[in-house]
Design a protein around this ligand. Sequence first.
Ligand code: DGL
Length: 279
Amino acid sequence: MPSLSSLPGPIGVFDSGYGGLTILRKIREALPQYDYIYLGDNARAPYGTRSFEIVYEFTRQAVIKLFEMGCQLVILACNTASAKALRSIQQRDLPGWDASRRVLGVIRPTVESIGGVTRSRHVGVLATAGTIQSESYPMEIRKQFPDIKVYGQACPLWVPLVENGEAEGDGADYFVRKYIGKLLQQDARIDTVILGCTHYPLLLPKIRLYMPAGITVVSQGELVADSLKDYLARHPEMDARCTRGGECVYFTTEAEEKFSESASVFLNEEVTVRRVVLD
Ligand code: DGL
C-alpha cells in the first residue's frame, strides 16, 4: 500500500458491476452535497459465484484503489463483497493501512430495518449464491433479532439478466417467478422478503408482479442511504473528511462505452466513465 494522503476526499462506492448504482442513486438523493467516486469491477463481475478468497482479493484491490484516489470512506455497495470481504478488510487490513479510514457494507443497515417490518417473524432473503452460502444475513439477523426465522434462496440467474439488459424482457418472468416460488415454498409464514443484492431493484416491477399480496419487499437503496446519513451525523470527524461539491465520477474495469450505455439505464442519465486497472 503506497502512502495515503490525509486530505478530505470523495465518498467511494464500490460494486462488482452496475448493481451498486442503485445504491449510489439513493445515496446521492439523500446526500447530494458530497462528492462521490463510483467504481464497478465490471470486467470481473459477477462476484456472486466466486470463492471467498477471490471476492476478498478483488474487493481489497478495489478499496485500495479508492483510497489511492483520495476516498476516506468507502461503501461496499455489493452484498457479496459485504458478506465475503468486509469483515477481513475492517479487522485485518484497515488497521495496517490507515486506521482512520472507514469501509462500510450494506448488510447491517438492511437488517436493522426488518425488526419493525415483519409481523410473522418469518423473513426470506433473495441474494446471490455467494451471499446465501456465506450465511451473513441469518447471522446478522440472529444478532439483532434472535426471534426472527430466516430463509434464503439463491437467484443465480438474476444478476446476468440485469447485467445483460434483460431485466424487463419476457425471459426474466420465468426466473423471477421460479426463485420467488422456491423461497416461499420453504415456509408459508414468510411475510417479508429482503432483496439482498444491489442488482435486484432493477427487477422490482417483475418481483412485485409475482410476489403474493401481503408480503413486504425490502429493497436496500434507501436503507443504506439513511444509514450513511446517520453515520456521518454521528461521526463529525469523518464528515469533515468528505469533500462537498456534488460531483460524481465513474470508473470501470471494463470498456468505457459498455459501462456508459448500461449505467444510463440504472441512473436515467448519461455518465462519463474512465477505465481503471485493479491489481
Ligand atoms: N451486486 C452484487 C450484490 O449485491 C452482486 C453481483 C455479483 O454477483 O457480482 O451482491
